[in-house]
Design a protein around this ligand. Structure first.
Ligand code: CU
Length: 399
């Protein structure tokens, strides 16, 4: 897992490299010292626990919050793979996302648009919902909040789609998901890494990178190698684990980190990654993995929660995540407990996952050829490491 501190260091490094970037917003006071010392700062110079809590404790305006949703789940929304949507369904989803990007913010958390409200709900509590037991429950709720906003504020009639990353592992760069018309646009270009094609190329994010807030384009850096971690063999390895305590770190480590790093840029930043709309297709893919795991022993696994409620450790010691732990949506939708999101067909959530159809002979997963390549890469990596060590020893000799 990428820690909050290394994420901050990443954001700082990015800022240091783009002199035109002018951070603004509510966190600079807390982070001023860190950014000032950017070139020499070490990851351990990240924000203190108190600073992180100050960030997380910002109070949103509740005026624009979507009303509470209760009642029995009768008609379940069908969440399907992006590659199985028709052109008009894809267009409808993209148009609804563009609508969220045009609507004004409602939470008063410092973002400009309704889309930014959802980046904020992730950014402000990133250290509470990553690398711990709340990771999967929180992101399930975030997907739901996004789906509701699309449907109830932008007239979208479909369900939140997922990216069938398992079927595209190792070759993300050729995915139709990056289509310029019926997709999310292509890779980042130039020194800034901005996406310059597709429906979202003109969107200016006001939240991120990381904990910082400054106007910037959506950046991407696609990496096929990283995308191998979303392959069937890694997903299956997580599905085979007997307890949530073992399953969540597995999902977090491989398919989760792999997909984030494989898209790169905005998505590679664990604090502000919802800045790339692909975030929602990636995390819905992961949510399906969790649900598939739960469905293998539903009766027990819709009650199985484990792990802590933060990463790093609070000064008073770690706290265990429980079914009654509250997940914070910062005024976008009402807060919910972990118990509320354990069943995707319960009172709060009401959807189901449709398996990917993988028409047109798309690969199920990577085959023998890629596995051979992977082994060769690993060998090369080891050799590189050895070379590096040798060089270091040489340096020492010179001194
Ligand atoms: Cu996240």
């Amino acid at each position: 897992m990428v820690s909050v501190r290394s994420a901050l260091a990443l954001a700082v490094a990015f800022l240091a490299s783009t002199s035109a970037a002018r951070p603004h917003g509510l966190l600079e006071e807390l982070l001023g010292d860190v950014t000032a010392g950017a070139p020499h700062s070490h990851p351990q110079d990240g924000p203190s626990w108190d600073a992180l809590m100050k960030i997380a404790n910002v109070q949103p305006s509740l005026e624009g919050m979507l009303p509470a949703k209760t009642g029995p789940c009768v008609e379940k929304l069908q969440r399907r793979a992006w590659s199985d949507l028709s052109k008009s369904e894809k267009k409808e989803y993209i148009d609804a996302e563009l609508c969220l990007m045009k609507l004004p913010q409602k939470t008063n958390l410092g973002g400009k648009t309704r889309y930014d409200d959802l980046v904020k709900s992730h950014q402000l509590q990133a250290f509470l919902v990553h690398g711990d037991g709340l990771f999967l429950p929180f992101h399930r709720l975030q997907m739901h909040a996004h789906e509701r906003a699309l449907r109830e504020e932008c007239g979208y009639t479909g369900a939140q789609p997922y990216w069938d990353e398992e079927g595209e592992a190792g070759h993300f760069s050729t995915s139709e998901i990056f289509d310029e018309v019926y997709g999310f646009g292509g890779d980042g270009t130039g020194t800034g890494g901005c996406i310059e094609t597709g429906p979202f190329k003109d969107y200016t994010l006001s939240t991120g990178l990381g904990y910082l807030n400054y106007d910037h384009c959506i950046i991407r850096k696609i990496n096929d190698r990283e995308s191998r971690l979303t392959a069937k063999k890694y997903v299956d390895a997580c599905l085979a684990l007997p307890t949530f305590a073992e399953a969540w770190p597995c999902i977090g480590r491989n398919p989760h980190n792999g997909g984030h790093r494989a898209v790169g840029g905005e998505m590679a930043n664990p604090i502000s990654s919802p800045g790339d709309p692909l975030f929602y297709l990636h995390h819905t893919f992961l949510d399906r993995v969790w649900w598939r795991w739960q469905a293998l022993d539903k009766e027990n696994r819709i009650k199985d929660i484990a792990g802590y409620t933060s990463n790093p450790e609070p000064p008073t010691g770690y706290v265990d995540a429980k079914l009654n732990t509250v997940l914070n949506m910062y005024g976008v939708t009402p807060n919910a407990t972990v118990a509320d999101v354990m069943d995707i067909g319960g009172d709060l959530l009401c959807h189901e996952y449709v398996d990917p159809q993988r028409k047109g002979g798309k690969k199920e997963s990577w085959g023998k050829k890629e596995e051979k390549e992977e082994k060769e890469d690993e060998k090369e990596e080891k050799e590189d490491e050895k070379d590096k060590k040798d060089e270091e020893t040489d340096d020492e000799d010179e001194e």
